[in-house]
Design a protein around this ligand. Sequence first.
Ligand code: SF4
Ligand code: SF4
Length: 361
Amino acid sequence: MTTKRVDSAIDDLAAGIQQRTLGRTGLRVKMLGVGGISSQDVFEKALEYGLNFFDVHGYEAGHGLDGRIRFKNAMRKTGTKREDVILTARCNSFTREGALAQIDESLELLETDYLDLYGPYNVTQVAGRVEKTMAPGGALEGLEEARAAGKIRFIGGVSGHHHQELVQLLKTNAFDAVMIAVNSFDQDVVAATLPVARELNIGTIAMKPFAKGLFTGSATAPLRYVFAQDITVAIPGMYTIAELEKNIRTASEFSGCSEEDMALLNREVDKITRAEGKFICRQCGYCVPVCPQGIDIKQIFYMERQASRYYSVGWAKKAYAGVEKNAKECAACGACETECPYDLPIREMLRKVHLDLSNPH
Ligand code: SF4
Ligand code: SF4
């Protein structure tokens, strides 16, 4: 038996976090879970604090190791029993064979016999993915086979950013849970998707509660906003134990999202929109792997943000001067724009960044 190495006050708070039912799955989960980009340290500590819902999606960049391996290591180190945690993962293949192969890969990497939830990832992004997923020979067929074989318990955690297609998918009744971005920046997605999920008793997993770091004015109000939307579980990605403990405290003390919280969040949305205009990069990174020129689009937009929002113009220009492939290398192929969940005109934005940051004055 592994001894817990936790702050006992936070441990008590974690024990008191509200449990919610994940829609028709009937699974009981603490309303604070852990996102797939989290570090191994965070996975370990969250297990020790008794959080029970983990996204173990393996395709997120960062930390050097596949998220599934980070999580498996954390399970081993803490001596956590498989039955004490609920695991969700997703496939980025939209065919039957691809989905089945990716489920097997996840089971192997995680050293487990089953996943609690499994669904297609970012399915609404590119035209034709929804149709491919649902057609004979599509991913849904593979997921149904995996469920019949006991490799997954529920078909769910289908994720996407385009709410019209997501609603269309939910209405097929094929999915037991949905994963959507829930934050005060994406209120249209929240308003369109959550009522449908609720009506069909589909569990709701809220990703990106902090809008990928866009909110900086309050460390706690964004999470209260998310819990107040009546979602089942929020899964912030966390890099440090301090972030995890702050979120445990917020979840444990949650009693609603106040008028002050909403006023603060709305002010922040206004401020960001004023600084960055209507085209705001959310730092998801989906565009980066598809760029044939190898431009780190996400990083370049991060530099632009430091200049426009935080007035760190000198730092941003210096950083931009050091990038291996700058925005001028863009061949205007448009592949990145197809992948961007927020339909950003990336080519035009890159042109502007280059003008702003390559100017020596
Ligand atoms: S449009 Fe430019 S930045 Fe986007 S994928 Fe093509 S080359 Fe890369
Ligand atoms: S440009 Fe779009 S796809 Fe790329 S990181 Fe930003 S939000 Fe994500």
